[in-house]
Design a protein around this ligand. Structure first.
Ligand code: NAG
Ligand code: CA
Ligand code: CA
Length: 363
């Protein structure tokens, strides 16, 4: 516990040096930057491969859209996310105009990825539950007995029992009994959130789930290629405008982090997966909602030479996570961009970190 705690603190502290930089097409949000604040992000029965074209993206916001069943049952009887074929190709990974330079977002570099399949959604509580029921799997947070929860979503009862905090990021609290089953501690559950992304899963937990599902975690390169949805040099999966025509395209934070979340996009915590429009490849929630683990070890040093299916460093201390979460606001965590990235130790778990799986074969 002490080690995990210290490491998360290192991540949070490193984030203090972040500054908001303008990028092409950025939205001039009032920069409510404060001195010593870290990033808030640290710490259908549809045939697989076929996602219908959506003539009316706004319909994604409707309640009906959110109640759609999102599992596909395979021949092995396992309910998993539908996958979609991401046709291989070359793309420009990273950016020469980094939003957060210390994160190693640059340089922009040519990368080729072979074709692969990607879950169209973050792995949900319901899907994770079927895995746990089938295998008896116990997550690392359950073994450790605690996990990090964002203070803003804790009940007063739980808050009153906490004596420690991360100095540089006081909104992260280690909560006894917090786990994927109890996202805000023992007095919470996922009964009404089965279609939300599973949280409080470590990297090893994510790997275990994907293996059980005959899948694997995506590499960072695959994840970013998928995030870009076929667009070149754009900030977000849908373009450069954060809120086209005033519509929200991702579950992020609106308001004043960490004190006030207006929930203008409809959600102050996680949202059911697929509540916002898909990108050009038919993938949902690539940015926002929950952060997503990738298979790569973390480094901020990248070659500019053309890479073929890069898999990151051979070893390291932290794993790469992508996409930002419902806690991200430009003032603290401008990481809901495809090129953005962050890291955690593999045994970390938190109330804003989940994953999705990839695969080489159609399933
Ligand atoms: C789960 O939480 C809801 C509130 O979100 C509560 O009404 C319900 O009783 C809880 N269920 C269990 C089994 O604790
Ligand atoms: Ca939100
Ligand atoms: Ca996500």
């Amino acid at each position: 516990m002490v080690a995990r705690f210290a490491l998360l603190c290192v991540v949070a502290c490193a984030n203090q040096v972040l500054s908001v930089q303008s990028s092409p097409g950025d939205e001039r949000e009032p920069a409510s930057q404060r001195g010593a604040t870290g990033c808030g992000c640290d710490s259908l029965k549809r045939a697989a491969g076929a996602v219908d074209a959506d003539p009316d993206p706004a319909a994604r916001y409707s309640r009906g859209a959110n109640e759609r069943t999102s599992e596909a049952q395979g021949e092995d009887g396992k309910f998993r996310s539908p996958m979609i074929l991401i046709s291989g190709g070359e793309f420009l990974m990273g950016t020469d105009n980094p939003g957060i330079p210390p994160d190693g977002e640059g340089p922009q570099r040519p990368v080729h990825v072979d074709s692969f399949y990607m879950d169209i959604q973050e792995v949900t509580n319901r899907q994770f539950e079927t895995f746990v029921r089938a295998t008896g799997y116990v997550t690392e947070a359950e073994k450790f007995g605690n996990s990090f929860v964002f203070e803003g979503i804790l009940s007063d009862t739980v808050k009153s029992q906490i004596t420690q905090a991360v100095a540089a990021a006081p909104w992260w609290l280690p909560v006894n009994g917090a786990s994927w089953r109890h996202p805000e501690g023992p007095d919470s559950n996922v009964t009404l959130r089965l279609d939300h992304p599973v949280l409080h899963v470590s990297w090893a937990d994510a790997v275990a789930y994907c293996s059980w599902a005959n899948r694997r975690l995506p590499t960072e390169a695959e994840w970013e290629y998928a995030c870009r949805g076929g667009l070149k040099d754009r900030l977000y999966p849908w373009g450069n405008n954060l809120t086209p025509k005033g519509q929200h395209y991702a579950n992020l934070w609106q308001g004043d982090f960490p004190n006030q979340n207006s929930g203008e996009d409809g959600y102050v915590k996680t949202s059911p997966v697929m509540s916002f429009p898909a990108n050009g490849f038919g993938l949902y929630d690539m940015v926002g909602n929950a952060w997503e683990w990738t298979s790569d070890w973390w480094t901020v040093h990248h070659t500019t030479e053309r890479q073929h299916n890069p898999k990151g460093p051979r070893s390291g201390t932290d794993k790469v996570k992508k996409g930002g979460s419902y806690m991200c606001h430009k003032s603290y965590c401008y990481r809901y961009r495809c090129a953005a990235r962050s890291q955690n130790t593999p045994d970390s778990s938190a109330s804003n970190l989940g994953f999705r799986c990839a695969s080489q074969e159609q399933q």
